[in-house]
Design a protein around this ligand. Structure first.
Ligand code: ATP
Ligand code: MG
Ligand code: MG
Length: 379
């Protein structure tokens, strides 16, 4: 038993708390929003901003172990939490993964390839580097980006000034990356515990729509050697960074079989939601096990699965479909659908409201189910 404090009150924290409860833990979350998805299921929500020092102290006082569900945690707050409670993931992992340049250097130090990149300090330097890398290439802010926000795909030299000026407003370093003409995007989530045990979940094939994850397909439709190589790279990164808890590794796979890491996330990841029904242990339970120094659970895949995200615009068609008998289980077609909703009140466009895990005899049956329902037609 004991109490786990979560910095952040979103759906990742919610599913973490739901999983951890089954292992007998209690949960306190710190989040400023009314009806936060995690606050609804935690034993207590401390309603305050993530940079509120007094609230952080309160969270520390109530928690035996502290974790977070996003990586942009204020360094000062981390210091307080580390001094006044126990943060097994440590501050170094956050420091590294908060910043694309530090993150890329750490991945390279683990002996794992990343796309060619350069730090950019001026428009002139950007122009030179775009010439060197060739177009297209991708300019990104070093910190704070998500869902493709804070990046600019430079397709011609004419865009250099505007791209530089626009992203500079974020007041952080800029990174230019060579564009990888990937065949597939993959992710692997690995867990590592303080006793040094490491386990990777099966690689997921990820489909993005407008830079937001739409589907994760498992097993990924790639050769099994590539699956194993991707999982090996994730384990190598987890070991090299001394990760405690989960590390999500996003990768590009090119036509000729080369893997490059795109970015990392030191927390549960949307592309790991498929594990909730499809693996012997979910990513959420695994994270709890890792930070509490319990033995890690088996990551065995029990069934082929497709995870599909439910955004605000999908909620109306979903609710219509759910009224139909046999929606959740279409046994005759061998697909079993498990709906997860996060308890968010307002179904805003592009907002992640939930997801569905489709277990099937093979992933094509699950993909056909998605087509058939028409819920995602308006994407
Ligand atoms: P999130 O954290 O939500 O995954 P993000 O804003 O941190 O997204 P990235 O993951 O860096 O952004 O990039 C978003 C998407 O843009 C990638 O999933 C990929 O499809 C595309 N992309 C990013 N960098 C490159 C690159 N160097 N070459 C080709 N495509 C890229
Ligand atoms: Mg990111
Ligand atoms: Mg990403």
């Amino acid at each position: 038993g004991g109490t786990i404090g979560i910095l952040g009150g979103g759906q990742l924290g919610r599913m973490l708390a739901l999983a951890g409860r089954n292992l007998g833990y209690r949960f306190v979350t710190l989040d400023p929003t009314e009806d936060a998805p995690c606050g609804q299921v935690a034993d207590e929500q401390i309603k305050a901003g993530y940079d509120d020092v007094e609230a952080a102290r309160k969270l520390a006082a109530k928690s035996d172990v502290i974790t977070y569900e996003f990586e942009n945690v204020d360094a000062h707050v981390t210091d307080i939490l580390m001094k006044e409670s126990y943060v097994p993931q440590g501050s170094k992992l956050l420091y590294t993964t908060q910043h694309r340049l530090r993150e890329k250097r750490a991945i390279e130090a683990a002996g794992v390839p990343v796309a060619p990149y350069a730090e950019i300090g001026s428009p002139e330097q950007l122009r030179e580097t775009v010439l060197r890398f060739g177009t297209p290439c991708v300019l990104k802010t070093a910190t704070g980006g998500y869902d493709g926000k804070g990046q600019w795909v430079i397709r011609s030299l004419d865009e250099v000034e505007e791209a530089y000026e626009t992203l500079s407003r974020a007041k952080t370093e800029l990174v230019l990356e060579q564009f990888i003409h990937f065949d597939k995007e993959l992710s692997v989530i690995a867990a590592r515990s303080p006793r040094g045990e490491v386990k990777a979940f099966p690689a997921a094939e990820n489909i993005h729509v407008h830079n937001i994850l739409h589907q994760s397909i498992v097993p990924a439709r790639i050769p099994s050697e590539v699956q194993q190589e991707a999982e090996k790279l994730a384990v190598r990164i987890a070991d090299s960074l001394g990760v405690i808890g989960l590390i999500a590794v996003e990768l590009f796979l090119t036509k000729d079989g080369q893997l490059y890491v795109n970015e990392l996330a030191p927390r549960p990841h949307n592309s790991g939601h498929y594990t909730m029904e499809a693996c012997r242990t979910s990513q959420f339970e695994q994270h709890v096990r890792a930070i509490c120094n319990l033995p890690l659970g088996s990551t065995e895949l029990l069934s082929p699965v497709v995870m599909v995200n439910l955004l605000g615009e999908h909620m109306e068609p979903l609710l219509q479909q759910m009224d139909k008998p046999g929606f959740l289980e279409s046994e005759e077609r061998g697909v079993s659908a498990k709906v997860h909703l996060y308890g968010k009140l307002e179904a805003k466009e592009k907002r992640k409201m939930g997801h569905i895990n489709l277990l099937a005899g093979d992933v094509n049956q699950a993909l056909a189910w998605i087509e058939r329902t028409g819920i995602w037609e308006s994407k």
